[in-house]
Write a protein that binds this ligand. Structure first.
Ligand SMILES: CC(C)(COP(=O)(O)OP(=O)(O)OC[C@H]1O[C@@H](n2cnc3c(N)ncnc32)[C@H](O)[C@@H]1OP(=O)(O)O)[C@@H](O)C(=O)NCCC(=O)NCCS
Length: 291
């Protein structure tokens, strides 16, 4: 797919409008810059690794990791999208990786976009939005319903302008995904980990599924601490709404009940249901769901 961008025509166009303006510039630009926006091939790996290293640094395995991501992309739902100019030089790239939920599955609802990068000489003319637009298409085609990403301060307006919901700095998301047909009794818990270098988070809904419950939590350092906060916040929200609770599969309710970090209000609520009938938490949850 080849796009042509005229920098002059895109001046003063808001960021969100740039991808749309693209379709028009395709037909009328004459001296514009021409970019191909496409999935990466193994030939792109070295240039991607170099650009990634220049922008973010990285360890000795960076090239190997990029090659691996491109190679296994279709198997494990990775997406690597690149922009290359008319000389076939890499102008930018973005990675998308499945946001692995609590059961380590690759077929979840949410993917994370990582490392959206445009090489310096190609910045400011809408290449980044095009790469993101292509990454969205690729992830939608793979069946993802939501994209998340974390970024450096300063880009909030850029993402918000393209329709992303931007969280306040130092807040991260956690959610219960709708169960998939393959695991229909369990709703997996997923969360974002906090990274001080990329302290702001945004998400974009791109498909028809929505999380059953979605909360924003104050960022804490450490994986375990984040999960503990997530479980507390999600269960505390569930304790406020019978309707919401009824949409959570039984096994998930029982798992949450037994989690050490579940909100006491949530636990008490389920326990109050079995007080008279002497039900186990599982039976109490089942009776609630059937009520
Ligand atoms: C962010 C990035 C991908 C944008 O790509 P792009 O092709 O230049 O995107 P656009 O053409 O829409 O231009 C981006 C706009 O955001 C601004 N911008 C870029 N980085 C910024 C930052 N850190 N803080 C504030 N503004 C920023 C640009 O000045 C430009 O403003 P303009 O619309 O007024 O010209 C690119 O700047 C980049 O690669 N940055 C370094 C890597 C990075 O930070 N990636 C983000 C994930 S952490």
């Amino acid at each position: 797919m080849n796009f042509t961008i005229s920098p002059q025509q895109l001046e003063n166009v808001d960021v969100m409008g740039r991808a749309k303006a693209l379709a028009q510039t395709l037909a009328i630009a004459t001296n514009g810059w021409s970019y191909a926006i496409r999935p990466a091939t193994p030939h792109d790996a070295t240039a991607i690794a170099k650009l990634s290293f220049r922008e973010f640094g990285g360890g000795p395995n960076i090239l190997k990791n990029v090659e691996e991501a491109i190679r296994i992309g279709e198997i494990e739902a990775y997406t690597v999208v690149v922009a290359s100019d008319q000389n076939q030089t890499l102008a930018g790239f973005a990675f998308g990786i499945p946001k692995v939920a609590s059961f380590g599955r690759f077929d979840g609802q949410v993917a994370e976009i990582q490392q959206v990068v445009v090489a310096k000489r190609h910045r400011g003319i809408g290449v980044g939005p095009l790469i993101l637009a292509k990454a969205i298409d690729e992830n939608r085609a793979l069946g993802f319903s939501r994209l998340v990403l974390q970024f450096r301060p300063g880009l909030a307006n850029w993402y918000a302008g393209m329709g992303w919901t931007v969280l306040p700095i130092n807040q991260v998301s956690a959610w219960l995904e709708p169960p998939l047909p393959s695991r229909e009794t369990v709703a997996p818990l997923a969360w974002m980990d906090y990274s001080p270098n990329y302290p702001q988070m945004a998400y974009l809904d791109i498909g028809c599924h929505r999380p059953i419950v979605h909360v924003h939590i104050d960022a804490v350092m450490g994986h375990k601490q984040t999960i503990a906060s997530a479980v507390f916040a999600l269960t505390d929200v569930l304790a406020d709404s019978v309707d919401l609770l009824k949409s959570v599969p039984l096994d998930t309710l029982v798992n949450l009940y037994h989690d050490a970090h579940a909100s006491p209000r949530f636990k008490q609520w389920l326990e109050s249901l079995n007080a008279e009938d002497n039900l186990s938490p599982r039976e109490a949850a089942a009776s609630l769901l059937n009520a």
